[in-house]
Design a protein around this ligand. Sequence first.
Ligand code: TRP
Ligand code: SF4
Length: 345
Amino acid sequence: MPEPAISSPRPRVLSGMRPTGKLHLGNYMGALANWVKLQNSAQYECYFFIADWHALTTDYADPSRIAPNTLDVMLDYLAAGLDPARSVLFLQSKVLQHAELYLLLGMITPVGWLERVPSYKDQQKNLSNRDLSNFGFLGYPVLMASDILMYQPQFVPVGNDQTAHVELTREVARRFNQFYKPAAAGKLDGQEVLPEPQVLLTPSPQLPGTDGRKMSKSYGNTILLTDPEPVVRQKLKTMVTDPARIRRTDPGDPDKCPVGDLHKVFSTPETLANVYEGCRSAGIGCIECKSWAADALVQVLEPIQARRAGFSEKLVKEIIEEGSSRARVRAEETMQKVRAAMQMT
Ligand code: TRP
Ligand code: SF4
């Protein structure tokens, strides 16, 4: 077997999350599991980070949760299988070059582009308990563009909710490359300073939470990656089901039931067949059906929780430090090209 060619440059992949606190199964299926796959394919040089400055755009009035949440998220990254020996795992605020690139890209980004980003007005409405008329919140997509363009990734694996941001990143890159050419054109083979990245859409079914709505921290309907088995089983017990199945003798339809949706994602084909058969014929009760779903979830969570137990807080902090120094080296290389192209040397 040939060794993976570590020294020859592989295409890069970059993605990140805000430090929202302990991650849930929706985060895992919607992003993290896919990142682990990309990492383990060994086809890409992988960069995964925690966007703690992004958390400040909405939580500036009370930043007390950001640092503890950062540790929790990094621990979940590691528990899910991201590996500091195979991926660069870093913290945004430890790579100050992101702030510099954000400032420079801010100079060329029309305000109208930012006002048109769909999440801008949506979030202002949804988070109406906070004042989001701050400059940082409007500029959020420019910061995200800096996070991405800093590492010239070919792909940015994200969920659907982030594609508009990556699209804006591409537009900012295009505008940059129109204004500024590489300073050492010969050496760079006429390559653009900030190549446009592509979205790599995470193929993931939307995971229902215990109330049947999309699993989301803000709905309080999540199953956490850290939930112990009894908690998972308890949460499943209270999960909503097909509303047509009122009595045990009423037949139901797994296609109209959030528990059925969980089975579709996590259960074996045999179990799924039993769910369809038993539910539609009222041959099984919801309690039994839910216990099967819990079995499948526990199987997914067990290895994650076992891996998590191997990381102390001290080790997580060391991993963040080490990964961030590696990211800084790459980031500084980019900034030297950017500064030169903008004649800021
Ligand atoms: N905006 C992303 C989120 O809210 C986090 C993020 C920040 C990100 N910068 C990024 C994701 C760069 C991918 C690439 O989850
Ligand atoms: Fe849902 Fe299962 Fe009950 Fe059918 S048997 S309604 S799929 S929980």
